[in-house]
Design a protein around this ligand. Sequence first.
Ligand code: ATP
Length: 238
Amino acid sequence: MSAQFSIRDLAVSYGRVRAVKGVSLTAGEGQIISLIGANGAGKSSILRAITGLTAPESGEIWFDGERIDGKGPDQIVARGVAMVPEGRRIFPFMSVRDNLLMGAYRRKDNAGVASDLEGILTRFPRLRERIRQQAGSLSGGEQQMVAIGRALMSKPRLLLLDEPSLGIAPIIVREIARFITSINRDNGVSVILVEQNSRMALKLSSHSYVLETGKIALSGPSHELAENDDVRRAYLGG
Ligand code: ATP
């Protein structure tokens, strides 16, 4: 599979804190990859560097044959990269519908926007039932659906998900997991999934990277990592 997306030797620092210390990874077109690792391993820092929110200290980030590190968040979104940040960051006082439409603010194809909105509501019936409700009044899991839906409304080709299962009831986590699989399968969107829920991450992705203190400790096909004794002990509870 061609590497649509790659990072080469990325380093990110905050003053003296070296959060990411030379990370390389690739994602083929239409592939789901996952980054797993403990709190503070540097996963969010990698996502923020990809989206242009944090300037890398060194290294290169490539998407569709173009180097995107050094570009601003707006230019990166315009190239088809969307992120669902940790903690969701929806607009609590806006309706579910308006939150979703905010994701399409750059688009001019009104008919396409309407049909994508319809597609998201079909996949997340819970959101259709609550379409006029203020987003801040939804449960955490429903807000996560809004956040993912909003990112999809920008029609991304690469979707970055930062801990979509964090603090969410298991039954909703399963619904979100099915959704991620279906948008990847049906729309061909590539996904980089950051998760502390390693079980979910390994199940959804084809390839995974285990991050420890800013470095990749281990990587490989997800089904192989799921069988690896060290991974099982450290990340899957034995
Ligand atoms: P989490 O799951 O807790 O978000 P993470 O794997 O995503 O963890 P990062 O958030 O990338 O890890 O953090 C990596 C390291 O960088 C940590 O030691 C963290 O304390 C530090 N760090 C992150 N953001 C900043 C910042 N703005 N200023 C200083 N240090 C930071």
